[in-house]
Design a protein around this ligand. Structure first.
Ligand code: SAM
Length: 328
């Protein structure tokens, strides 16, 4: 029995985590399991796993805001909404609420949870639910933590929904298998979209180059400070064996409207590696993925931040001198 979660809740959370982690590398050709047994599973998922996913969405939305903004979508589709965390994160950032939100999930209990959580947080918004995406155009299509559950048909349906949208935001775990799958989808969607982020170019994904087979495009979000100080999150970390300091994710922000890429922008990927007087960083631009260095003497503050965190300075700028500097 925990202080914040009952023994039954902790076993449900452990079982859910095991299922969710196992989906990524299940044997080829087998269907992903259906794991929502009842409303309590969804409540617990929302309190723990979706909260962490929400912090990844915050990082993505920060970057999208810095790069091109979200526009002012009137219609939003959340494909495989689960408990609705992606929609809530996005609606929380919009100046004006959309007119209509459609929450798609193959599970009815998930749809019910998502709809009530979105209605509660945004009472003025018209919320609809569906088991499959309607064949309509949406201003913004969201997807989050679903890629590994899809077979070829499911992936084609998701791509279809994206292709009918003007913008796409898609967040997935930062693990190697999933992030590399996401890179493949990115390349497949290039004929319809420009990439707003994380890429600073529209060439083929550099991570899929034959010599990069061991790497994957991933990033780290900053967890809120309270995960290190509150008893509830302490219990979650301890009981579920989650490293609360680490929030790896992969993502794609796409827009159908052509946007110019600034050739001087370079995306930093993965974990920075601090050494004496320099930080080694993996970076990506139109020329592909490679390792570069940032010198301590060029920017002492950035050197310190990269030593302490994985998430500082996701975007860098190549200056005329050839040096890489933080893009603010
Ligand atoms: C891990 S949950 C993620 C939910 C939510 N997007 C999030 O980020 O928390 C994946 C969800 O995808 C739904 N799902 C899986 N395959 C689907 C499909 N082919 N069509 C619609 N929903 C699907 C599941 O029912 C589940 O609710």
């Amino acid at each position: 029995m925990g202080t914040y979660f009952s023994r039954d809740d902790l076993s449900r959370l452990r079982a859910l985590r095991e299922v969710l982690i196992g989906i990524e590398d299940r044997p080829e050709g087998t269907d992903a399991p259906r794991y929502w047994s009842d409303a309590r599973d969804l409540e617990l998922y929302d309190r723990v796993f979706a909260a962490r996913i929400g912090w990844k969405w915050d990082a993505v939305l920060d970057e999208v805001h810095r790069r091109a903004g979200l526009g002012a979508p009137r219609t939003v589709l959340d494909w495989a909404a689960g408990t609705g965390v992606a929609t809530r994160a996005v609606l929380g950032r919009l100046g004006e609420a959309p007119e209509r939100v459609v929450l798609v999930d193959r599970d009815e209990k998930a749809r019910d949870h998502a709809a009530s959580s979105v209605r509660e947080a945004f009472p003025g918004v018209e919320v609809e639910c569906a088991a499959e995406a309607p064949e309509e155009e949406f201003d913004l299509c969201l997807a989050s933590h679903v890629l590994d559950e899809l077979d070829d048909r499911g992936l084609a349906a998701l791509h279809g929904a994206f292709r009918r949208a003007a913008r796409v935001l898609w967040v997935e775990p930062g693990s190697k298998i999933t992030a590399r799958r996401l890179s493949k989808s990115r390349d497949a969607l290039l004929e319809r979209f420009e990439v707003v982020a994380p890429c600073t170019h529209r060439e083929a994904c550099g991570m899929l180059a034959p010599e990069r087979g061991r790497d994957w495009c991933h990033h780290f979000a900053e967890p809120p400070a309270f995960v290190h100080t509150t008893g509830e999150w302490g219990e979650i970390g301890r009981e579920l064996g989650i490293d609360l300091r680490s929030l790896p994710y992969s993502f794609l922000a796409l827009a159908a409207r052509p946007s110019e890429h600034d050739p001087a922008l370079v995306r930093r990927l993965g974990r920075p590696r601090s050494q004496r007087g320099r930080t080694l960083v993996d970076v990506c631009d139109a020329a592909g993925v490679r390792e570069e260095q940032l010198l301590q003497r060029d920017d002492k503050d950035l050197f310190k931040r990269l030593k302490k965190t994985f998430w500082a300075a996701p975007l860098l700028r190549r200056e005329e001198s050839g040096r890489l500097a933080e893009e603010r």
